[in-house]
Design a protein around this ligand. Structure first.
Ligand code: PLP
Length: 421
């Protein structure tokens, strides 16, 4: 896999289709997904026994369906995600299980579905073991372990250590085994989702913690999951993880456990972002160009209701322009913002809300702005704030563009509301 990344600021095509034609045909704002990129990322992970997609990154059922056809299985974190997985044709009784429920809590709706459809559960809290055991004794379960340390800069994205709410504390495994015994549940799978990213030294620490946790559980373990957190580059200075090296470390852990237990151990990976981030583009139209003191603003018809990562985390998305008219070749430093009545509605901001500028081609009203690497945690976090209609999603596949979710309407917006007498 190439580690060189470049994000040109001019873009005329996506998946061989003209950006301006896509904008005209589907309207703006609009998400488009290039299926070929997802297919390539799935292929990158073929060393693993199972690729379990964390669907919260992008949960459109058309994407889930295509993934299923490519041998991917899914993770569900809510009743709604279980329903999506079922609608996309996943079944819990395949091998590996088409759906696994992974969360730190059950709500009643999720627990009911898990019991009804016999969906395997990955327990992120000891209480889940008792709650499942009380209504569905005798099942196999997975434990999600918090090894006592985490990784990552932001408290909002750290998934291990004492500050994290996720997983079962590594010192509580014995207590969990007692709880499981009480209900005849068997721990057959062990899971950690820490997100070491490209930090191979840190990953070695995670693998060591996994081995130790599996030894505590013993020979009932048949599957280990490396969790998600594989990074993708959002900036030119960022790189992919070396998948072979990443797999190599986990494979060593797997092999050691196989030797210890005397039976085969399957190795799953559970990516969200890695599979879909680069496939997605948010197309928006420039509706105003304003000079405000020393700043020039490009104001778009897309806002943080469509793409929230910048306002939530100060996340950086590459931005490019598709011109409707001639290309001048000139560039300028601009601030890119949206239409919402909220001063934080700025796509070019850093963590803490500090507005920053981006060097982009000189553009005018009507030109299309493309927010790139917008497949993961983008549409999935879209909202109706300011009573904006959520925008359509379009799948680009084999040279064709297909609507996989239509633009919302006023009746979608108000359909659940009533005015009492
Ligand atoms: C969100 C999540 C993932 C995927 O994380 P990425 O960083 O998108 O790869 C995997 N496993 C679990 C349990 C998650 O909650």
């Amino acid at each position: 896999m190439s580690t060189a990344t470049s994000f040109p600021t001019l873009r005329s095509q996506i998946a061989g289709m003209a950006v301006t034609e896509l904008a005209d045909r589907f309207g703006t704002p609009c998400y488009v997904y290039d299926w070929s990129i997802i297919a390539r990322r799935i292929a990158d992970l073929q060393l693993f026994d199972g690729v379990r997609y964390a669907q919260k990154a992008l949960s459109n059922i058309a994407i889930l369906d295509r993934m299923r056809r490519h041998g991917v299985v899914v993770d569900a974190v809510s009743a709604g995600e279980i329903e999506r997985a079922l609608a996309a044709g996943f079944r819990p009784d395949t091998h590996p299980a088409g759906i696994v429920y992974t969360a730190d809590v059950f709500d009643q709706a999720a627990l009911d579905l898990v019991v009804q459809h016999n969906i395997p559960v990955n327990c992120g809290s000891p209480d889940m073991i008792d709650q499942l055991g009380a209504v569905a004794p005798g099942r196999n379960i997975a434990l999600r372990i918090n090894p006592g340390f985490g990784h990552g800069h932001s408290q909002k994205t750290n998934t291990g250590g004492p500050q994290s709410k996720h997983g079962i504390w590594h010192e509580a495994i014995d207590d969990c085994l007692v709880r499981a015994d009480r209900h005849g549940l068997t721990v057959t799978s062990m899971h950690m989702h820490i997100g070491s990213g490209t930090d191979i030294e840190h990953l070695a620490q995670v693998c060591g913690a996994m081995e130790k946790a599996c030894e505590t559980v013993g020979r009932t373990v048949q599957t280990i999951s490396a969790g998600g957190g594989l990074p993708v580059p959002y900036r030119e200075d960022q790189a992919y993880v070396d998948i072979e090296e990443y797999f190599g470390l986990w494979n060593t852990t797997r092999n050691r456990l196989q030797d210890k237990f005397g039976h085969a151990i399957e190795l799953e990976i559970e990516p969200g972002r890695f599979l879909v981030a680069e496939s997605g583009y948010l197309l928006a139209e420039i509706r105003a160009v304003k000079e405000m003191g020393e700043n020039t603003f490009y104001l778009l018809d897309a806002g943080f209701n469509d793409l929230a990562r910048p306002i939530l985390y100060g996340a950086y998305h590459p931005i490019s322009i598709a011109h409707r008219g001639p290309v001048s070749g000139l560039q300028r430093d601009v601030v890119v913002g949206g239409p919402l009545c909220e001063s934080g509605d700025i796509f070019t901001q850093e963590e803490g809300g500090f507005v920053s500028r981006r060097t982009l081609p000189v553009a005018t009203v009507g030109d299309i702005v493309v927010l790139e690497v917008a497949g993961a945690y983008c549409f999935a976090m879209a909202s109706n704030y300011n009573s904006k209609y959520r925008c359509p999603e379009v799948l680009l596949e084999n040279g064709e563009a297909k609507v996989i979710r239509r633009r919302e309407t006023a009746s979608d917006l108000m359909g659940l509301e009533t005015i009492p007498e």
